[in-house]
Design a protein around this ligand. Structure first.
Ligand code: ADP
Length: 553
């Protein structure tokens, strides 16, 4: 049994405990960096912790009694309304989301907040909310998002002027209230690419400002300085001192005032060590002052732009060089054809004359000369073909032909000029093909000459003809040096040759396979190689059968 005195003592201890507990909780709430608040059923703030001041700039008394949603960014109100609705119907549940709140100075800041419905608890009878600033994370997310968007724009077109204008539109107003991008052309002239003010009516003012700045050799800030120094520039707060530097030019001074610049940063566009342009970011908002993080972001944007511009430049240069090369090849091979034709004619005339005179030795020399002229003619024809194929100027004859006959004829011809190798034909096509038999013969000649050329230690070359339902496959197989995997796709490209230091060098231009490939493609077929280094290669091409399936006699 406890006495009265003991009961009184216990009561006192309990009261003291609850008082100290309350003090502890109060201290916890008041010193938390999170903002803690209570809202009544109508959404009016009935309590807010003192950290509201460091987060939003209001004193608690200014916030209490206000409708909480009035501080929320209009775009984020619907989501908070949905959450309040959900909480009302779902008891003790807590729900979180991200939203923007207006600071006392008018700027919007991102917060992450959680709400719990404790209206049904008679001791609390309120919505309990807490929110914490996530400005830094949000800004980083936004920059990442913008960088991705910039990269996508940069690869979307080769017209860099349009791309840069789109990038400026992306950056305003997210990162700047006005933004300018200028490039230096090949004659070192500064070319304005885009000027973008958040209020388009002010574009002219910004333009006028830059005009005034343009010829100022004394410019301590701005584009000219970026272009000459190649160094980024950050003026976090545009102070009166900075403005004073323009006072010597009243027009400029007035323009700077009208545009009410608050913060500025500029970055050069540098490609391979050369400053090829610059971009500037300007803020007119009282609460947006650029920081080092912003400058790093601007530099990354500039780096990506410069890289993309440089790639476009290199691409155009390469295209131009290719065009000049093709023009040269076309002209040179055309010009070479006439003298070679006369040379061949005179050689034959001389051959006949010496044959009549019975001069065997002279005749043999002239035959060798004729064979060399033949090789030269083939080379020139190949060069001409390459340029003509590239320009789509090769006309193909359209006629039905017998593939077996073409193969037999070409094999006989190549066999006649090869002493070491024997060429065997296996299989045949029972159906005619449609197309240009001279050109198909040219493909086969090329493959057979390669098979012999690249198998100097073998003595056999096989030509397989495999008939399938809708097409025929012709396979030229050799047992020579083979081709390593990494070259197998590229050997059909123009001028591609395998350069293997372990192999001896074979003469050639690297165009025969390209011509063959193009001819087969234009006949609706395909061409590929199966090969293993050191074991030999099989060059295959397919040709489709026409609908007319008349059997070949
Ligand atoms: P070229 O023989 O004049 O160099 P091609 O276009 O005919 O040009 O061939 C391109 C390259 O493909 C050759 O340089 C060679 O490296 C490789 N190649 C072609 N045919 C064969 C083959 N049968 N065996 C091995 N390598 C070959």
């Amino acid at each position: 049994m406890s006495t009265h005195a003991e009961e009184d003592g216990l009561h006192l201890i309990k009261q003291e405990t609850s008082n100290s507990e309350e003090r502890r909780f109060r201290a916890l709430i008041e010193h938390s960096s999170d903002v803690i608040m209570l809202n009544n059923a109508k959404g009016i703030v009935t309590y807010v912790s003192s950290s509201i001041t460091s987060n939003l700039g209001y004193m608690p008394a200014e916030f209490i009694g206000q409708v909480f949603l009035d501080f929320v960014h209009p775009d984020d109100v619907p989501i908070l309304q949905d959450i309040a609705h959900e909480l009302q119907w779902n008891g003790d549940k807590s729900l979180s989301t991200e939203y923007r709140l207006r600071r006392k100075d008018g700027a919007w800041r991102w917060f992450e907040g959680t709400g719990t419905n404790l209206l049904h608890d008679p001791d609390v009878n309120a919505f309990v909310g807490n929110f914490r600033a996530i400005t830094v994370r949000k800004a980083a997310e936004e920059r990442l998002h913008l960088l991705n968007a910039v990269s996508i724009l940069l690869v979307s077109s080769l017209d860099h002027e349009i791309t840069l204008q789109q990038i400026a539109q992306l950056l305003v107003p997210a990162q700047a209230d006005y933004c300018r991008i200028a490039l230096v052309d090949d004659h070192q002239q500064v070319k304005e690419i885009t000027v973008n003010h958040v209020d388009p009516e002010k574009n002219a003012l910004v333009q006028a400002l830059y005009e005034q700045y343009k010829d100022r050799s004394s410019s301590t800030h701005g584009l000219q300085k970026l272009l000459t120094t190649g160094q980024p520039e950050l003026i976090s707060i545009v102070s009166q001192d900075v403005l004073e530097t323009t006072r010597d030019n009243p027009t400029l001074f007035a323009l700077v005032g009208t545009l009410s610049l608050r913060s500025y940063m500029g970055v050069p566009l540098i490609a391979r060590g050369k400053t090829i342009g610059a971009m500037t970011f300007s803020s007119i908002q009282p609460h947006r002052h650029y920081t080092n993080d912003d400058l790093l972001f601007a530099q990354e944007v500039a780096r990506r732009i410069a890289l993309a511009l440089d790639n476009v430049h290199l691409y155009k240069e390469a295209q131009n060089a290719i065009r000049l090369r093709d023009e040269f090849i076309a002209t040179a091979s055309h010009e070479l054809r006439t003298p070679i034709t006369s040379l061949k004619m005179y050689t034959q005339v001389l051959q006949k004359r010496f044959a009549r005179q019975g001069d065997e030795s002279m005749n043999r020399s002239l035959m060798k000369m004729d064979a060399q002229i033949g090789k030269l003619t083939l080379l020139i024809e190949d060069l001409l073909d390459v340029s003509k194929l590239e320009l789509g100027k090769v006309a193909f004859r359209q006629e039905a032909f017998n593939l077996n006959e073409v193969i037999a004829e070409i094999v006989e011809h190549v066999q006649s000029i090869s002493t070491r190798h024997t060429i065997h034909i296996e299989g045949k096509s029972t159906l005619p093909l449609w197309g240009d038999k001279e050109r198909i013969g040219q493909v086969l000649t090329n493959l057979l000459i390669n098979a012999i050329k690249y198998s100097p230690h073998a003595d056999t070359v096989l030509v397989h003809i495999v008939q399938e339902q809708a097409m025929v496959i012709v396979k030229v197989q050799d047992f020579g040096i083979g081709i390593a995997k990494e070259h197998q796709q590229q050997i059909f490209e123009r001028f591609y040759r395998v350069n293997d230091p372990e192999e001896k060098t074979y003469p050639g231009l690297g165009i025969g396979l390209h011509i063959a490939y193009e001819i087969i493609m234009r006949h609706g077929g395909t061409m590929y190689v199966e090969s293993e280094k050191g074991k030999g290669s099989s060059f295959c091409f397919t040709l489709p059968y026409t609908s007319d399936k008349t059997e070949i006699a």
